[in-house]
Write a protein that binds this ligand. Sequence first.
Ligand code: VGL
Ligand code: ZN
Length: 211
Amino acid sequence: MRLLPGDVLLVVDVQRDFLPGGPLAVPDGDAVTAPINRLGALFDHVLLTQDWHPADHVSFAANHAGRLPFEQIELPYGPQVLWPTHCVQGSDGALFAPGLDLPRAELVVRKGFRPGVDSYSALTEADRRTPTGLAGYLRERGLRRLFLAGLATDFCVAWSAMDAAAAGFEAHVIEDACRAIDMGGSLDRAWQAMGEANVGRLDSHALLGRA
Ligand code: VGL
Ligand code: ZN
């Protein structure tokens, strides 16, 4: 696949709390930084997302008496998985992974900052109505083709890719530059849903050539 002028690399949530040893560790999560750094040098535009929750965030199991991480509850906007406390605003765990090297990054979209609403997606929060502003930013700049990488494949990457496709952008997920949480079959379901949503799936070698 050939990259075109204006193509965007969207790097999703490559933050310390999602790396091995962190409170919401994604298995092998630190393996994404090497391919992402190589990809970052190749794209015209590099944008990042940063999960950025207040300490009293509704997605934290610790904020629900008697609930444990990875349980699911019902919120006014629908089902919500409860997570270990992660990516608290201003904490070291919310910082980008130490190995990430993307000096040309043009934008950081912070998401999940409303106490009562989660946001896996970089475009639309979990209430499915509140925009993050990213779609408007992309449209205003005339950027229409997104390649996604980062953490986690089955949550923030998948939701971002599907929302981008639904909003009229072309979205492709770079599989080997992502890692998944994969709980209860979530990774298979995410790939199925992304396929149905017209999200492309490719390997970084298709863009970088074989090392
Ligand atoms: C994520 C769960 C909670 C992600 C963020 O980046 O995929 N997953 N917050
Ligand atoms: Zn989160």
